[in-house]
Design a binder for this molecule. Sequence first.
Ligand code: GDP
Ligand code: MG
Length: 177
Amino acid sequence: ADAFDEQCDYLFKAVLVGDSGVGKSNLISRFSKDEFKLDSKPTIGVEFAYRNIKVRDKLIKAQIWDTAGQERFRAITSSYYRGALGAMLVYDITNQATFVNVEKWLHELREFGGEDMVVVLVGNKSDLGQSREVEREEGKGFAEREGLCFMETSALQNLNVEEAFLEMITKIHDIIS
Ligand code: GDP
Ligand code: MG
């Protein structure tokens, strides 16, 4: 354990869900390593990344889980969600089908996640405005009806990525502290 681990106030688990190809893995790598891959390939199995951050004077170790390719087989098991305090539900603003499926993912989150789970709805690929199929207001409206936080992001251009994760982590912190 490094020095941060010893001083760490909280360890949070959060998961990313959403259809394959929406940009989950790139959002995680942007947040945890400030990296983006143009041709990222799905890997098999569950993977996670860490990022240490300070929120409201507390040291938080955020453990972010990635479905790592299993979303296409609808094979995500309850262990993926177990203990998760937060979730990012991601769709692609240039792909209407991924937004339609948000409902299915939310259902799964509510079935397997805890009651207090903080859910942030994320419309990713905001840099591709010319190919937009889902209006910002549609995403925002859905989030408001379902009581979710909402943000449009670009993992490619690093827009709002930090903000989306920070919003989720801050909300989790406020619930458990
Ligand atoms: P995942 O299947 O949800 O994990 O999606 P990936 O992170 O593997 O991304 C799928 C594809 O979308 C890759 O080719 C990425 O380079 C691309 N991608 C991810 N995020 C963005 C983004 O914000 N903007 C654009 N233009 N492409 C993105
Ligand atoms: Mg992936």
